[in-house]
Design a protein around this ligand. Structure first.
Ligand SMILES: [Zn+2]
Length: 244
């Protein structure tokens, strides 16, 4: 599983949103978060960092061309006084992106933060143009499951201080990884199976409890079956055909 981790902004002249009072920029916080998420993903995952010198939408295309299966883009929000909380955006019509967003949001809801919800990017407009209909470029250019996480509002004094707290960022990165793994083990199960026919068979068998796959959602179709596993499969099949 190859994951694209995009630390939002960071191109020359684009630090993202800034909290001038605290001297804190969006690009600085997303850089730290990206490292923490990578560390917590551990060795089972390959991590790809899209090129920060590219425009956001080009980063989505680059991640796809590099063979990434999932993309996470990390951002901080900015808004009018009083605006607080975490929201996650997915591309309109990308059902897996929506499932991914909901799973991560669900994990993050265990932290002491306000949840604004998972939102489709046809509702999105940049602060400078409320009539915008261009959707979110990085999500548009990446065909697989992808989401853009607006962790908190850097414009809010209380939330910006949280973003300076390393323990809080540890919690956010753990929540993101937990939500991602939950998604991989449910909605994105058998992601390492490329044959659509085999995937259909596996989904049918897993729906009946015969096949389970690995906890990270993988199936490893290239691995041989062990005698013990064969016995387990036969037992599950027998239980299904002749329920006690
Ligand atoms: Zn941003």
């Amino acid at each position: 599983m190859k994951i694209a981790l995009d630390a939002g902004h960071g191109r020359e002249g684009d630090p993202g949103a800034i909290n001038y009072e605290l001297g804190l920029s969006e690009e600085a916080v997303t850089s730290v978060l990206r490292e923490l998420v990578k560390e917590k993903l551990g060795g089972d995952f390959q991590v790809f960092y899209p090129d920060r010198d590219l425009l956001s939408s080009m980063r989505g295309r680059e991640a796809h061309e590099k063979g990434c299966e999932v993309l996470l883009s990390l951002h901080l929000n900015s808004g009018p006084p009083g605006a607080q909380g975490c929201e996650i955006w997915y591309r309109s019509g990308n059902e897996l992106g929506k499932e991914l967003s909901l799973s991560i949001l669900n994990s993050l809801s265990q932290l002491p933060l306000k949840i604004r919800g998972a939102k489709s990017d046809d509702q999105w407009a940049p602060a400078f143009d409320h009539t915008w209909k261009g959707e979110i470029g990085i999500l548009r250019e990446f065909p697989g499951p992808a989401c853009l996480i607006e962790v908190l509002f850097i414009s809010d004094p209380q939330e910006a201080r949280l973003l300076q707290n390393s323990r809080f960022l540890e919690g956010v990165s753990s929540g993101i990884v937990q939500g991602l793994k939950g998604f991989l083990a449910s909605s994105f199960r058998f992601w390492d199976v490329s044959s659509p026919e085999l995937k259909e068979v596996l989904n049918a068998l897993s729906g009946r409890g015969v096949i389970k796959g690995f906890p990270d959602g993988s199936f490893h179709p290239e691995k041989p079956l062990l005698r013990g596993e064969a016995a387990l499969l036969l037992k599950r099949l027998l239980d299904l055909v002749f329920p006690v």
